[in-house]
Design a protein around this ligand. Structure first.
Ligand code: BT5
Length: 244
């Protein structure tokens, strides 16, 4: 049962049938703590497992941060991949960005490493975790989330950004198809073209709380952000001149 007519449930069997030919095994569950944890616990299964939670009660970001999303307001989904390149989370950002452009008509950019931004606001976050010889890739995408439901003022959703559709079903189908495509392309150029961090004045908060300020020159072939000539593999970026 659902009360909110703007937030219809996903039809699990139809999604599973539609995406099976592409090698995805989609399971829609009514509730999960974290879909990444659910898929990680099943990492012994073949690649292609996809778990979508209609409600996620303990969604995680990086560094034990939370991902918050009301029931059926967005996509909270994790997939099991046999690809372990350090580029996986960056390629995944490209897949989300393409999906939002093609399906909802939204112009999106990526903030390194993999926040998806519309008008400088975060619309999706990605979390890639290595489990044995596989990667669990988790994606949280805000679809019909309203302003007061978002955990911070610089977040947005497909609805708030004026996207042309707010139906999660076609968004999920397009997302999984675009993921397939970017994994085959393995092209850093697609990422670099969308990454608004490159060329920006940034403040980079490194693990351990050291802060580096400078110009983001590039994303190198290992997916690291190069700031004033020095490559960094992980960190949190603030664009010092938003929109620039
Ligand atoms: C991320 O981390 O952005 C990765 C989020 C991954 C979520 C997906 S949902 C499916 C799968 N299962 C999981 O348990 N996780 C994945 P990070 O870059 O650390 O950003 C986290 C920060 O984003 C939080 O500290 C909040 O400030 C903010 N945040 C939380 N919920 C948000 C939302 N719905 N929209 C925008 N920002 C949000």
């Amino acid at each position: 049962m659902y009360e909110d007519l703007d937030r219809p449930p996903l039809h699990g069997p139809a999604l599973a049938r539609a995406l099976a030919p592409d090698g995805w095994r989609v399971e829609v569950v009514p509730e999960a703590g974290s879909t990444n944890a659910v898929v990680a616990a099943r990492a012994g299964e073949p690649e292609g497992l996809v778990v979508v939670a209609e409600e996620q009660t303990a969604g995680r970001g990086r560094l034990d941060r939370q991902w918050l999303s009301p029931p059926r307001a967005g996509l909270t989904v994790s997939m099991l991949l046999a690809e372990t390149s350090s580029w996986v989370p960056l390629w995944a950002g490209v897949a989300v960005a393409r999906t939002l452009r093609e399906t909802a008509g939204l112009e999106t950019f990526l903030k390194w490493p993999n926040d998806v931004l519309v008008d400088g606001r975060k619309i999706a976050g990605l979390l890639a975790e290595r489990v044995g010889d596989k990667v669990v890739l988790g994606i949280g995408l805000n679809v019909t989330t309203r302003e007061h439901e978002l955990p911070r003022p610089d977040a947005t959703s497909v609805l708030l950004a004026g996207g042309s559709i707010t139906d999660r079903d076609p968004l999920l189908r397009a997302l999984l198809r675009n993921l397939d495509a970017v994994m085959v392309e393995r092209a850093p150029g697609g990422y670099r073209a969308l990454c608004s961090t490159i060329g920006a004045a940034v403040s980079l908060l490194l693990p351990g709380d050291r802060v580096v300020q400078g110009t983001a020159d590039a994303v190198d072939d290992d997916g690291r952000l190069v700031v004033d000539g020095v490559p960094y593999a992980a960190g949190d970026v603030t664009h010092l001149r938003p929109g620039g």
